[in-house]
Design a protein. Structure first.
Length: 191
């Protein structure tokens, strides 16, 4: 498989199903942001963190390839006239979303209750989590914009939303594990 095809030299790219769109199309921005998020998760997984979190991140990276495939598919080309799916793309289902929820619940059991917003930072690994969380939120904004124009399986939106929550809780857990200070945001009072 060659990496370069030269077919994108004029500013277009092909979706799954063959439809060509501009490289700045919201669909490309959506799955490109999910790809960026996946790279950040790989960086977090490469840090000195617990095995359970590493395993959850590896599963999540796999699921993000599914999310990317859904976002990269022209909905008009995904289904045959008979109603049968043309492309064999896995699905994001409730068990994928529930895994993130169960992991958050498990992490939260060992964390102090939140009383304030928390400033990102305290340790490089924690900062990577917060960057990934913000990239996830950007991907969610783009995916919802795409969804309004060309709907797709709404479990994908739920998964992206839950993932950003998971990354926030993971950042808090890693702060605790790494003995990094969580700095509360307390608005400065003037006057």
């Amino acid at each position: 498989m060659k990496i370069y095809t030269k077919t994108g030299d004029k500013g277009t790219t092909a979706l799954f199903g063959g439809t060509r769109v501009s490289k700045h199309h919201i669909r490309i921005d959506s799955y490109g942001t999910i790809d960026e998020l996946n790279a950040w998760l790989g960086l977090i997984r490469d840090q000195e963190i617990d095995e359970r979190s590493k395993n959850t991140l590896a599963i999540t990276q796999d699921k993000l390839f599914t999310v990317g495939a859904v976002l990269a598919t022209d909905p008009e080309k995904a289904v045959l006239k008979s109603g049968k799916e043309r492309l064999n793309i896995p699905k994001i289902d409730n068990t994928d979303i529930e895994l993130l929820e169960k992991e958050m619940d498990a992490m939260n059991k060992s964390l102090p209750p939140m009383t304030h917003f928390i400033l990102p930072g305290g340790h490089t690994t924690v900062s990577y989590c917060h960057i990934a969380r913000t990239v996830c939120r950007r991907g969610e904004r783009m995916a919802t914009q795409l969804f309004e124009k060309e709907p797709f399986d709404d479990n994908v939106l739920s998964y992206i939303n839950r993932l950003s929550d998971y990354l926030f809780v993971l950042a808090r857990k890693l702060s605790k594990d790494l003995k990094a200070e969580e700095i509360k945001w307390i608005p400065e009072k003037k006057g």
